[in-house]
Ligand binder design. Structure first.
Ligand code: IPE
Ligand code: IPE
Ligand code: MG
Ligand code: MG
Ligand code: MG
Length: 339
């Protein structure tokens, strides 16, 4: 629990006096990042600036890929763009960038991997919000895709975003993207997204609504529905850096702990957050009688678990040098985030 305590005790530092980097004026991230939560890391690493730079980098590249989509299905294209360019935190892209850096290369080598991850993730959110799934009307502070457009368009936008993610990986011309690396990225992302990953986890999540799961069952759902894509984010970043197997393994241990922590914190925020800050409806899990960590463990134990997983993640990358500073800061950010 000390992390949370540490965070609260440092909230009053003046880190926000930072000069913001060049972020488009209409960027939701720009305003939503002006939060004291990031102050906890000001002493050691400027995570605020790091996140802004990474978000700007991936957003610019995402716009590049959308601009290349020369389609006659205008409404579908608009819905796809809406579902991605609507203020997500870009945590998966940021993790990919940080992993590439931990492996000694420039983050920009992971640009297309980052785009593919965000497209895949955004698709999963569009479908997660559908009436047949969580039936949510608010996402990233704006109406969900099926509310802003219509259900059929949202389903198709999700489908097409998933395809575009793999198209981006396959057709990337970045120097790091050799054919074997592309192939391994495509394989890793496909496995992380399918029955043994996100989609499988979502199916188990829906089936568990209203049921009392044991801890093992809950962990399986969370590791699949959220953890797998977080692991893929770190792996794709390291693959972009052509990292050796030993680094890939250590980074996967980091990502595995952090991926579970990410969803534990998501469950906690559903209880402790507020709708405006979250950008999605607070209390949605309770309404749907979802299996969550606070529900099964209690709030305090869920928070303690997030802290424990954070420590585990840090341990896994002990052998990395200063290049892993962003990964370390991101681990703290993930379990302290407020949205
Ligand atoms: C929300 O993901 C859904 C989960 C898998 C927990 P994020 O918290 O990363 O949401 P965005 O992308 O910032 O909107
Ligand atoms: C969603 O989990 C995980 C996905 C694969 C999208 P949640 O249903 O808890 O995500 P939120 O709370 O709606 O963002
Ligand atoms: Mg859900
Ligand atoms: Mg949901
Ligand atoms: Mg949730």
């Amino acid at each position: 629990m000390h992390l949370r305590h540490e965070f609260h005790s440092q909230q009053t530092t003046t880190h926000l006096a930072l000069t913001p980097l060049a972020v488009p004026p209409d960027s939701i991230e720009d305003t939503r990042l002006q939060r004291p939560i990031l102050n906890a890391f000001a002493m050691t690493f400027d995570l605020h600036a790091y996140l802004q730079t990474a978000q700007f980098r991936v957003n610019t590249r995402l716009e590049y890929w959308f601009a290349k989509q020369n389609t006659t299905a205008a409404k579908l294209s608009e819905a796809m763009h809406y579902a991605v360019m609507n203020g997500g935190k870009r945590l998966r892209p940021v993790l990919a960038f940080a992993a590439a850096e931990a492996c000694g290369t420039d983050a920009s080598l992971a640009n297309d991997a980052a785009c593919a991850l965000e497209m895949l993730h955004s698709y999963s959110l569009v479908h997660d919000d559908l009436p047949a799934m969580d039936n949510d009307a608010l996402r990233r502070g704006v109406p969900t895709c099926h509310i802003a457009f219509d259900e059929a368009t949202a389903i198709l936008a999700g489908d097409a975003l998933q395809c575009l993610a793999f198209e981006v990986l396959a057709s990337s011309e970045l120097p790091s993207m050799t054919t074997p690396i592309k192939l391994e990225m495509i394989r890793s992302l496909a496995v992380a997204s399918g029955t043994h990953g996100m989609a499988g986890g979502q199916a188990l999540d829906l089936a568990a609504s209203g049921k009392l799961l044991d801890l093992h069952g809950l962990e399986t759902i969370h590791r699949l529905k959220t953890g797998c894509l977080i692991r893929a984010a770190v792996r794709l970043g390291a693959l972009a850096a052509h990292a050796p197997e030993s680094s890939l393994l250590a980074l996967d241990q980091y990502a595995s702990a952090l991926g579970l922590a990410y969803q534990v914190q998501d469950d906690i925020l559903d209880v402790t957050g507020d709708t405006l800050t979250l950008g999605k409806q607070q209390g949605a899990d309770a309404v749907l009688d979802k299996a969550t960590y606070p529900r099964i463990l209690g709030l305090q134990a869920a928070q303690a678990l997030a802290t424990h997983l954070h420590d585990q993640a840090l341990q896994a990358i002990q052998g990395f040098g200063d290049g892993a500073t962003p990964l370390r800061a991101l681990a703290s950010y993930i379990v302290n985030r407020r949205y």
